[in-house]
Design a protein around this ligand. Structure first.
Ligand SMILES: Cc1cc2nc3c(=O)[nH]c(=O)nc-3n(C[C@H](O)[C@H](O)[C@H](O)COP(=O)(O)OP(=O)(O)OC[C@H]3O[C@@H](n4cnc5c(N)ncnc54)[C@H](O)[C@@H]3O)c2cc1C
Length: 314
C-alpha cells in the first residue's frame, strides 16, 4: 500500500529539511510544521519507514488494541501534513553543511535548509534464507520487545550468538514455553553475564554449530530446516516463531564524511539530538544508543524538532 504524498518542489529553500519518513522523521515533521516552520520531509521509500513491516504494533501508546504498522505510519503522516508538512519522494545523497544555508542534494534536485534533521533509520541484518521475507510478521521477527507476547506458551528460536541474541532469548523466555538459541559457532560472543543468565534459564536451550537454511510454513512459520556446520547433517525444528538477532546496520553511509559515527556507523549525538555540526540533528534508529523502537524514534524526532526550533530562533 502506498501512502498519499503531498509533493514539495525541489530547488527550494526550507527552514527545516527532514531526511527519512519513519516515526522519527514524521514526528519531527509534525513538531516542526505545527510550530509553523517551513518544513519538507524527504523519503526514498515508504512513508512510515520500518514500522510499516510490522503486522501489529502493540507497544505504541494510544492504541490499546494495537495497530498495524502501515496504519500507524499513515496516521502520523496525516497528522503532520494537516499542519502543513510537505513530503517528497527522493533519495538524499549528500548534505553539504553551511551555517543557515545547508545544501541537501537529492535524486530530485538540491534543497537549501537552515536546519537539517537526519532520521534515516537502520535495517536489521537478514539471514537471507528462503522463507524469511515471506514470513515476516507471520512468525519471522527481528524484535523480541515488539513481538514476544505473541508467542506465549509456544516454541521459538533465536538466531545469533551475540549480546542482542542472548538478550532477546532471555526476554522471550518469559513468554515462550521453549527458546532455542541457534548459533553457527560452538560458543557465544555474548557477554559472560548474559551467557550465565541464559544458561540458568530452564526453558532456554542452545543449538551449536548450526545454521538455518530455510524457514518453512503454511501461512505462518511451522518449522526451520537446520544444517550442522561440522557434519552437514540436516534436521527439522518445529516451532511457531523465529527471531533473527544477527545485528542491524544504520542507513548512514551518506553521512560518514560529515558527522561523528560510532564504530558500527550510528550517528553520535548529545541528548538534544545535536550532532557535531550546528543546525544538523539526528533522530531515531540511526542514532547511537537508540532503543530502536517506534516510540523512542518518535521521541527523538520531537526532541530534534524542538532543538531545531531553538537553533532557528537564535
Ligand atoms: C518487522 C518489524 C517489526 C517491528 N515492530 C515494532 C513494534 O512492534 N514496536 C516498535 O516500537 N518498533 C517496532 N519495530 C522497530 C521500528 O519500526 C523502528 O524502531 C522505527 O521504525 C525506527 O524509526 P526511524 O524513523 O528512526 O527509522 P525508520 O523507520 O527506519 O525510517 C527511516 C526512513 O528513512 C528513509 N531513508 C533512509 N536513507 C534515506 C535517504 N538517504 N534519503 C531519503 N530517505 C532515506 C528510509 O527509507 C526509511 O523509510 C519493528 C521493525 C520491524 C522491521
Amino acid at each position: 500500500m502506498s501512502l498519499r504524498v503531498k509533493q514539495a518542489n525541489s530547488s527550494q529553500s526550507y527552514q527545516v529539511v527532514i531526511i527519512g519518513g519513519g516515526p522519527a522523521g514524521l514526528s519531527a515533521g509534525l513538531y516542526c510544521s505545527r510550530s509553523r516552520f517551513n518544513t519538507v520531509l524527504i523519503e526514498q521509500g515508504i512513508i512510515g519507514g520500518q514500522i510499516t513491516n510490522a503486522e501489529r504494533v502493540e507497544n505504541y501508546p494510544g492504541f490499546p488494541k494495537g495497530i498495524s504498522g502501515i496504519e500507524l505510519g499513515r496516521l502520523i503522516h496525516e497528522q503532520a501534513t494537516s499542519y502543513g508538512l510537505k513530503t517528497l519522494l527522493a533519495e538524499v545523497t549528500l548534505v553539504v553543511p553551511d551555517r543557515n544555508r545547508n545544501v541537501i542534494k537529492s535524486s530530485e534536485g538540491d534543497f537549501i535548509a537552515e536546519s537539517v534533521i537526519i532520521a534515516s533509520g537502520s535495517q536489521f541484518r537478514k539471514l537471507a534464507v528462503p522463507g524469511e521475507d515471506r514470513y515476516v510478521g507471520k512468525g519471522v521477527s527481528y524484535c523480541a520487545t515488539c513481538d514476544a507476547p505473541l508467542f506465549k506458551g509456544k516454541t521459538v528460536a533465536v538466531v545469533g550468538g551475540g549480546d542482542s541474541a542472548v538478550t532477546e532469548a532471555l526476554y522471550l523466555s518469559k513468554f515462550a514455553s521453549s527458546v532455542k538459541v541457534i548459533h553457527r559457532r560452538s560458543q557465544l560472543r555474548a557477554s559472560k553475564i548474559f551467557e550465565e543468565r541464559a544458561t540458568a534459564e530452564p526453558n532456554i536451550e542452545f543449538i551449536w554449530d548450526t545454521v538455518v537454511t530455510q524457514i518453512e510454513g503454511d501461512g505462518a512459520v511451522k518449522q526451520l530446516r537446520l544444517k550442522n556446520t561440522r557434519n552437514d547433517r540436516i534436521s527439522i525444528l518445529e516451532l511457531a516463531g523465529v527471531f533473527v538477532a544477527i545485528g542491524s546496520k544504520p542507513n548512514s553511509a551518506q553521512w560518514r564524511e560529515l558527522l561523528a559515527l560510532d564504530e558500527e556507523g550510528y550517528i553520535v549525538t548529545d541528548e538534544l539530538m545535536e550532532t557535531k555540526i550546528p543546525g544538523v540533528f539526528a533522530a531515531g534508529d540511526v542514532r547511537h544508543n537508540s532503543a530502536r523502537q517506534a516510540i523512542t524514534a518518535a521521541g527523538d524526532g520531537a526532541t530534534a524538532a524542538i532543538s531545531a526550533a531553538r537553533f532557528l530562533s537564535f
